[in-house]
Design a protein around this ligand. Structure first.
Ligand SMILES: CC(C)(COP(=O)(O)OP(=O)(O)OC[C@H]1O[C@@H](n2cnc3c(N)ncnc32)[C@H](O)[C@@H]1OP(=O)(O)O)[C@@H](O)C(=O)NCCC(=O)NCCS
Length: 204
């Protein structure tokens, strides 16, 4: 198997693999437009041999100076349980290490899989609010049951703790929310203790 950065010709296959998993509620659907914009975040696992079929895909999205997120990790059902998912996550962890990012997080239902790769469960409220910016696209945004997990590169210094970010950058992010048939800007505030961070979205 060869793990490499994704390129434009990979997009139809990446979309098929991700959206198949999304049909089962395991992740968010991704449109071609989204994939064109974010293609540099993705790596693919390609089969050795003449057909060179794409076996799986995984994204690494940078959240902040000390945090990145594993996203859209999906292995084609024909290739599961052969080490493809683990190889993709390790490639993304290597990428985070190369970039100098200490922590890599995942929001997942696959706790055992990520534990085997050195991730541990954390309280989701420890994660910065920016992580929840995609929740408006999720049908479960008010009833999120994903498990928050983190991997830490012990040898990478934590140079940019979340608390060093200016308040307006940490908590106020322009997004577009659909409100009463109109698209209006929204912002995030602190979540209620014990509540779903996605509930922190405010709009006029
Ligand atoms: C989760 C997923 C990416 C795993 O990929 P995979 O290629 O099948 O996993 P691997 O073969 O690399 O497994 C690595 C290890 O995790 C274990 N593992 C994999 N899936 C597991 C599961 N669902 N439960 C428990 N252990 C699991 C494997 O047995 C293996 O253990 P080993 O190292 O002791 O042999 C894949 O099942 C998938 O695409 N699922 C649908 C999408 C999804 O849920 N993605 C996760 C979103 S965060």
């Amino acid at each position: 198997m060869n793990i490499r950065h994704a390129a434009i010709p990979d997009i139809p296959t990446i979309a098929r693999i991700i959206n198949h998993a999304a049909d089962y509620g395991q992740m968010l659907h991704r449109s071609p437009a989204y994939l064109y914009e974010h293609i540099r975040d993705y790596q693919v696992a390609v089969e050795d041999g003449p057909e060179m079929r794409t076996m799986g895909v995984c994204g690494l999205q940078i959240i902040w100076g000390n945090l990145a997120e594993i996203c859209s990790l999906a292995v084609d059902p024909d290739f599961r349980r052969r080490g493809v998912g683990a190889a993709l996550v390790r490639a993304c962890l290597d990428e985070a290490h190369r970039l100098g990012i200490r922590k890599v997080m995942s929001l997942t239902y696959e706790q055992r899989f990520f534990e085997k790769l050195g991730f541990h469960v954390v309280d989701r409220h420890e994660l910065p609010l920016k992580v929840w910016s995609q929740c408006i696209y999720c049908a479960k945004n008010r009833a999120c049951d994903e498990i928050a997990m983190i991997f830490e590169h012990a040898d990478v210094p934590d140079l940019t703790p979340a608390s060093s970010a200016p308040a307006d950058e940490r908590y106020v992010m322009p997004v577009t929310l659909k409100v009463r048939g109109q698209r209006t800007p929204g912002r995030m505030s602190d979540p209620q203790p014990g509540g779903n961070p996605a509930d922190a979205w405010e709009h006029d």
